[in-house]
Design a protein around this ligand. Sequence first.
Ligand code: SF4
Ligand code: MG
Length: 271
Amino acid sequence: MAVKDYLRERFFPHMWCAGCGHGIVLNNMIRAIEKLGMSKNEIVMVSGIGCSSRITGYVDFHTLHTLHGRALAFATGVKLSKPELNVIVAMGDGDALAIGGNHFIHAARRNIAMTALVMNNRIYGMTGGQYSPLSGYGTLATTAPYTNIDQGFDTVQLSIAAGATFVARTTTYHVKEMTDIIRQAILHDGFSVVEILSQCPTYFGRKNKIGDAAAMMRQFKDGTTPIGSKAAKSDPGLIERGIFLQVDRPEYCSEYDKVIERARSADHTTT
Ligand code: SF4
Ligand code: MG
C-alpha cells in the first residue's frame, strides 16, 4: 500500500498553520506504518483535543477524536476489547501531561500495548498559546507574559518512572530517526511512549522570539544530540534523542486474559 493510501485525502488541505510540526509527524508516522506493511483495518488511532489531535482526521484508519486529556482512557477501552488491533494514541503536551497526566501515568504503569505519541510543542496551540507542563521555566506564553515560573516535566523520565516499557524522544528535524522510532514503538509489546519535539511557530516560536519554523527546527538540530554522545557528556544543556528504554514486562491485555481464565476455571461451589 502506498503512503498516500493511508490518508483521507478528502479532508485536505489540513488545518495546521504553515510551518507547524504536526504535519511532519503525520508524514513520518504514515511512513513507519507503510514500512511495517500494516493494513488500514488493523490500526485504531485515538486522539484527545488540540492541534495535534486533529491528526486522527487525516488518517484512513479506525479513528476516535475524543475528549481533552482522555485519549488514553478511550484507547484503553478499545485495546482491552480488541487486543488484536494496533492502537496508536496521538496527544499534545498539555493534552497528555496536564489534564491527561493521570491517565498517562496509569496507562504506563499497566503496560498496556499501545503507542503514545506525545507531540510536544511546549504550548497549547489551539486555544491561543497558554503555557503547558512542558513549556519549561523561563519561557513566555499568552498566560505567562512576564515569564513562566513552572518547572517542566521531563517526559522521558516521567514515562520510565511510571512504568512504560518503550521510551524514546525525537524531533521533527530528525525525520528518518522519527520514522524508525515510531516503527519500533508500534512493534513493541507494551506501553510505548515517543516524545516528538514539534514546532508551533504561531505561538511558542513567536512569543519566545525564536523565529520562523525553520529557525525552530534548527534549534532541534543544534540543541539535541544522540543518547550518550560525546556532546551530551560535555554539554548538559543538550537534549538527548533516541530510545532510552526498551524492556519486556507482562503486557496488560495478556495478563487480563489470564485473570479471565483463572476465573473460568475456579471452583465457585464453595465460595
Ligand atoms: Fe501548529 Fe501552533 Fe498553528 Fe496549532 S497554533 S496548528 S500547533 S502552528
Ligand atoms: Mg501543544
